[in-house]
Design a protein around this ligand. Structure first.
Ligand SMILES: *Cc1c(COP(=O)(O)O)cnc(C)c1O
Length: 391
């Protein structure tokens, strides 16, 4: 009899199942449900990037355009990565410090498969992206969750990590600008993270998925700006949120050469690389990042202001995030901190879906997340319903 492996059975239940069922039930009752739940850009990929893809796939002079991306690598992509890190962060990388990935979700799991042994421990900041833990589970390792709390500026409290965990852990996952809290980190925190990694022989894996989604003139740093960071850290960069390219599946990991090589080696044995045309287009996107990100961010910044202003007018406490594509807010007092009760009531009463904080772990209970990746009209309609709900 075929059944799920123990590994699959160990995966945490998908916490949004309940909400999804309620969503379907509401739709079946005829409620016009609108979702602000998912972080997946609605605006399409910038034209020059799409044009680069089309030109490349149609180029009759490239006899390799249909072939495995891994066997005939596109040098332009890693070169564009090196140039981008130099321009954007002032960080000089060498070629053995770069691996092209099929996006970060995939590569995050591959790093765990490449560096963890059964029984090892990985530390994941919590609340955080669920994939860090999933990578650990697939590698038969265990997760220790390090809470990132508001009273600590959403930073990992390194002193609070038990000695036993510091001794056994091989990797620490952090993510700034952060999903879901929208918190950002300064270089000083990254310096402390690198120091923690060095002292305890723990790889610091920084998920940099939102570094380009910033507002009000804020610029987000790279952990690799810290002196000597590449001796203990890697950084995952994704083209998904930065350039509206979620469906393309393209990203890269940079930094510690052995860790980068571990990802490459897992990849060589599991995937066969991305389509060459996609890599050419990705190189194009990175090379014109300074031109294509401001219009993308202008859209989110405007939506952010609409959402935050409306929620504040409804009497709800909320802060304007300076990065990411989300708004993270405490549930209104009458729900007594239950994000699920709030999300359920919002759905049942006015047909608006938000993401309950509890879905990101126990440390984010009491909060909910709104995604800004929906058309202005949808956000406007959702906001007017939320106003009705509040009154
Ligand atoms: C969206 C997201 C990613 C992954 O994006 P990919 O499309 O897989 O590159 C990684 N980390 C965080 C925190 C994200 O929100």
């Amino acid at each position: 009899m075929i059944s799920f492996s123990e590994r699959l059975q160990k995966l945490p239940p998908y916490l949004f199942v309940d909400l999804r069922q309620r969503m379907q039930a509401a739709k079946a009752r005829g409620v016009d449900v609108i979702s602000l739940g998912i972080g997946d850009p609605d605006v399409s990929t910038p034209d020059p990037v799409v044009e680069a893809l089309v030109q490349s796939i149609q180029n009759p002079k490239d006899p390799d355009r249909h072939r495995y991306g891994c066997d005939i690598p596109v040098e332009d992509f890693p070169q564009a990565v090196l140039d981008f890190y130099q321009r954007r962060y002032g960080v000089t990388l060498s070629e053995d410090q770069v691996a092209t990935t099929l996006g970060s979700k995939d590569a995050i799991v591959k790093l765990s498969l490449g560096i963890l042994n059964p029984g090892d421990i990985g530390i994941a900041a919590s609340p955080g992206y669920p994939t860090y833990n999933i990578g650990h589970v697939f590698a038969s390792a265990t997760t220790y969750y390090a809470p990132i709390l508001r009273e600590n500026d959403f930073y990992v409290d390194f002193d609070a990590i038990p000695d036993e965990i510091k001794r056994l852990a091989k990797v620490l996952w952090i993510n700034y600008p952060n999903n879901p809290t929208t918190a950002t980190a300064d270089l000083n925190f990254f310096e402390r993270a690198v120091e923690f990694g060095r002292q305890n022989d723990i790889l610091i894996a920084h998920d940099n998925a939102y570094s380009e989604n910033t507002y009000d003139g804020y610029r987000s740093p790279s952990i690799l700006q810290v002196d000597g960071a590449a001796e203990v850290a890697v950084e995952f960069f994704s083209l998904s949120k930065a350039f509206n390219m979620t469906g393309w599946r393209l990203g890269f990991v940079v930094g510690h050469p052995t860790a980068v090589n571990a990802v490459k080696t897992v990849k060589d044995n599991i995937d066969n690389g991305s389509l060459r045309a996609l890599q050419f287009a990705g190189a194009k996107a990175l090379s014109i990042a300074e031109k294509i990100t401001p219009p993308i961010n202008a859209v989110y910044q405007k939506r952010r202001d609409v959402v935050v202003d409306a929620l504040m007018e409804s009497g709800w406490e909320i802060e304007k995030p300076k990065a990411t594509i989300y708004v993270w807010a405490p549930v209104p007092p009458r729900f007594e901190g239950s994000s699920r009760a709030f999300a359920t009531a919002l759905l049942e009463e006015v047909g608006v879906v938000v993401t309950p904080g509890l879905g990101y772990g126990q440390w984010s209970e009491g909060y909910y997340r709104i995604s800004l990746t929906y058309p202005d009209e949808v956000i406007g309609e959702a906001i007017s319903r939320i106003r009705d709900f509040a009154h």
